[in-house]
Design a protein. Structure first.
Length: 394
């Protein structure tokens, strides 16, 4: 069976801001079509989408390396000896998969790999597993300490780490639990296939449709209690910002999402609706206190397709030129609409189930489908089209 996809496109102007920083604390940039563009990484978008959806659902997940230390802390709260709680934390990682997860023993066995787990209940559940198996943990710790004592002052190799002492199936069951966003964005844990979830969401880096350069913003912090003779500036620095019309694209593999949610029709539709709204309204929060870049998209378009998704990023390989009186939103809208029409002619419409758009632009698009007057109506139409029957080949 071929997969079905929900493609989402947005064009959004952001005023001077720093939506996503690089390792030099500068706004991220990409070179596209031999021209510099301001950019926002896919990882940045996905994280903020996940957090916003979790806030709407009241169901948080945690991407973390701190799960064993959290369990150790919970056991210490229950009056476990420190060394036994530390040993139990290591056993959480050792028993998770056949070969065990790599950890840092000096940090309460903080895992080397990040885990994505439900935030609520997983620490308590793992602590309960340790409690039920406390005699085995105490015996294992005693054997480990005895082996260390017997090797002191000798040239013998260090004792081997203890075997897994917790029931692997119980630890794995805790790590394999899902939230709605885990079903949406996926999860990978090498060696624990039951915990792996194929991501239903594919996200592209966002970028400006036109050339965009770093813009310096010199600023000062004023001393409110200046000493005599001070001019009042306690700190001087230059921040770098970008601005422009950004194109964003993401697609949802509806077939994978249905599989991840065990085909629950109401859950699928509710999560799709939440994701579309989040895609439309979420703004990366970097430097929000000093830039407040809280605009909304000028255009949002969707298409439901069978077999494969289709991005419109190619419309902007050649940088868009500003309108005669300035501004990039209107020419970006026109270029994207023209490109959508070109692609429809090239690949045909047999596998396009439905499409539509909503925009602040006064003129109608010719190739983006049905125009909707607001985002709410657009979301309803998109969700409806996700379940429309497949078109028969002409």
């Amino acid at each position: 069976m071929h997969a079905r996809y929900l493609d989402l496109h947005a064009v959004q102007h952001h005023p001077p801001s720093c939506l996503n920083r690089d390792n030099h604390n500068l706004p991220k940039m990409l070179t596209i079509g031999n021209a510099p563009r301001a950019a926002v990484s896919a990882q940045n978008q996905r994280r903020n989408h996940r957090l916003d959806i979790e806030a709407d659902l009241g169901e948080a997940s945690a991407r973390t390396r701190e799960l064993p230390p959290r369990v150790a802390g919970r056991l210490r709260e229950a009056d476990w000896p420190v060394d036994l709680a530390h040993f139990a934390a290591g056993q959480i990682a050792r028993s998770a998969i056949p070969k065990g997860l790599d950890t840092n023993p000096k940090e309460d066995h903080r895992t080397q790999a990040m885990l994505l787990v439900p935030a609520d209940g997983v620490v308590d559940d793992l602590a309960a597993v340790c409690t039920r198996n406390r005699p085995a943990l105490e015996k294992g710790l005693a054997q480990l300490l005895a082996a260390r004592d017997s090797s002191n002052g000798t040239k013998r190799t260090a004792p081997k780490p203890p075997p897994a002492l917790l029931p692997t199936e119980e630890v794995a069951a805790c790590l394999s639990r899902r939230t709605a966003t885990i079903s949406l964005f996926g999860r990978m844990l090498a060696g624990l296939s039951d915990a792996e979830v194929t991501s239903a969401v594919q996200t592209a880096p966002a970028f400006t449709t036109h050339t965009s350069d770093l813009q310096p913003d010199f600023f000062t912090a004023v001393e409110d209690w200046p000493a005599q003779g001070d001019r009042g500036s306690a700190h001087l620095d230059t921040a770098f910002l970008t601005t422009g019309a950004f194109y964003r694209f993401t697609t949802v593999n509806l077939t994978d999402l249905a599989r991840n949610l065990d085909g629950n029709h109401s859950d699928i539709q509710h999560l799709i609706s939440l994701f579309i709204r989040t895609f439309i309204m979420t703004v990366p929060p970097a430097k929000k206190t000093s830039t407040a870049p809280h605009t909304v998209p000028d255009l949002v378009a969707y298409a439901v397709r069978d077999r494969r998704p289709v991005s419109y990023a190619g419309a902007f390989e050649q940088p868009v030129q500003a309108a005669p009186r300035g501004g990039y939103l209107t020419p970006t809208y026109q270029v994207l609409d023209t490109h959508a029409g070109t692609l429809s002619q090239l690949i045909g419409t047999t596998h396009r189930i439905g499409h539509g758009y909503a925009t602040a632009q006064p003129q109608d698009a010719k190739h983006l489908g049905t125009r909707h007057g607001d985002f709410d109506t657009l979301i309803t139409a998109a969700v409806t089209d996700t379940t429309a029957p497949t078109q028969a080949p002409a």
